[in-house]
Design a protein around this ligand. Structure first.
Ligand code: 2IT
Length: 445
């Protein structure tokens, strides 16, 4: 395999799909050497097959807004790779959603899910629908219209969607309600459900908690004390909230969170139940701004239009959206002496930022390893639904912890080069080998 040749062909086939091409290139570069040690992969066209989704559904989502006006959005479900289990992955509602972004997310999800040790294939879906400023009734009608089209292509052993940006417990509830009505079955076809109808304990916390378990393992590996370290987080949604909660519990001090409007710096730490709960209030307001935090807690400051990466901290955790940390930010972090960067968002860093971290042998781990706790907990929800039981907080947390440790171990096993662990390489190789193995065993399909 020659990465450049493959990329040239893919760019010609899918022009302008920049995020998808970025994600594919990153994985191919990591796996090039191992791949070339397996001539049977080349013979079976593994690369040519693994970079293309199994199938894609695209559909119109018409709905009526509160003023009686007809609105039309586009809906998608990208079933990327079903080699190791039923398709699994979130639904994103955000104006930036395009086929390219969902293809990148589905591709990443395939390897992430492989890392979780659970049998789940990769998928992603969503719409360019913008929930910001929409009423509860509008959100419900949109979710229902989305599922009216999607429902025939999903099922507990076929494809199991969940939440992502713009889709939380409320939206999953509405989508599940319509699914159940159309399919006439109450099964685990969605994860991230409410606790009263088959949801798993800890699912809302799992992405952020899992990320911090992973960060803890990175620290242990390098004999760094997490306790007492300062942390900058981007975002203020569900994932950021889980990360802030667990970071605080583990003795670190989170001093920054952010929104599309700018960032908050709170020197005292975002570390009291009141402050952490306020993040949820901000999110539930539906306004997509963090500025009100500074009004509520006057010792903190709001920096409009800025990113939190300019803060002098020990640890940086991008928790918002893809490509939110660029090369310039990476250089600022290094200059400020940051010791660890862990992507909690999917592909949170641009390619040149990732290259910069690795060339400078900085401690860096990619989203598909760090944030896998979310989908892992979804996998546990599927198991509980299939068994018609529900596990306690302690049981789920124990699994989550074990899975994150296991992912860390896989990264180290495939990414260690003398003293330095290249977590990007480790995660990509471990995830790829599992999926490739399964594809080899199942013939050319
Ligand atoms: O990016 C992700 O892993 C998610 N949005 C969670 C997917 C899931 O199926 O729980």
């Amino acid at each position: 395999m020659k990465v450049n040749d493959i990329m040239t062909r893919l760019e010609a086939k899918h022009p302008g799909e920049s995020e998808y091409l970025q994600a594919v290139r990153e994985v191919l570069i990591s796996i090039e050497d191992v791949y070339n040690q397996h001539p049977e992969f080349e013979k079976a066209g593994i690369i040519e097959r693994i970079v293309e989704p199994d199938r894609i559904f695209t559909f119109r989502v018409p709905w009526v807004d509160d003023n009686g006006k007809v609105q039309v959005n586009i809906g998608y479900r990208v079933q990327f790779n079903g080699a190791i289990g039923p398709y699994k992955g979130g639904i994103r509602f955000h104006p930036s959603v395009t086929l390219s972004s969902l293809k990148f997310l589905g591709f990443e999800q395939t390897f992430k899910n492989a890392l979780t040790t659970l049998p789940m294939g990769g998928a992603k879906g969503g719409s360019d629908f913008a929930p910001k400023g929409r009423s509860q009734a509008e959100i419900m009608r949109f979710c229902q219209a989305f599922v009216v089209e999607l429902w025939r292509n999903i099922g507990p052993d076929t494809d199991v969607p969940a939440g992502d940006i713009g889709v939380g417990g409320r939206e999953v509830g509405y989508m599940f309600g319509m699914y159940k009505k159309l399919a006439r079955e109450h099964t685990g076809t969605f994860t991230g459900k409410g606790l009263t109808f088959g949801g798993s304990r800890l699912r809302p916390e799992a992405t952020g908690f899992g990320a911090l378990y992973f960060v803890q393992k990175m620290c242990d590996e390098y004999h760094i004390m997490l306790r007492g370290k300062t942390v900058a987080v981007s975002g203020f949604g569900n994932v950021a909230w889980g990360a802030v909660t667990k970071a605080t519990e583990l003795g670190a001090k989170v001093v920054a969170i952010s929104g599309p409007d700018g960032y908050i710096y709170d020197e005292d730490g975002i570390n009291t139940p009141e402050k952490i709960a306020f993040m949820l209030e901000l999110r539930n307001s539906g306004n997509d701004v963090v500025a009100p935090y500074a009004d509520k807690f006057p010792r903190s400051r709001f920096f409009p239009g800025k990113k939190p990466w300019e803060c002098k901290v020990d640890i940086a955790l991008p928790c918002a959206i893809q490509n939110e940390l660029n090369l310039e930010d990476a250089k600022t972090l290094k200059k400020n002496g940051v010791i660890l960067v862990a992507e909690v968002s999917n592909m949170g860093c641009t390619s040149d930022a990732v290259d910069f971290f690795i060339e400078n042998e900085m401690l860096f781990a990619p989203g598909k390893a760090v944030n896998a706790g979310g989908v892992a907990c979804s996998g546990l929800e599927m198991t509980q639904n299939a068994m018609h039981i529900s596990w306690s907080n302690e049981e789920v947390d124990k699994w989550l912890h074990q899975i994150m440790n296991d992912i860390h171990e896989q990264c180290v096993a495939h990414g260690r080069n003398d003293e330095y662990i290249n977590y990007v390489k480790g995660a990509n190789i471990a995830g790829f080998m599992k999926v490739a193995d399964a594809m080899m065993a199942q013939g050319i399909v």
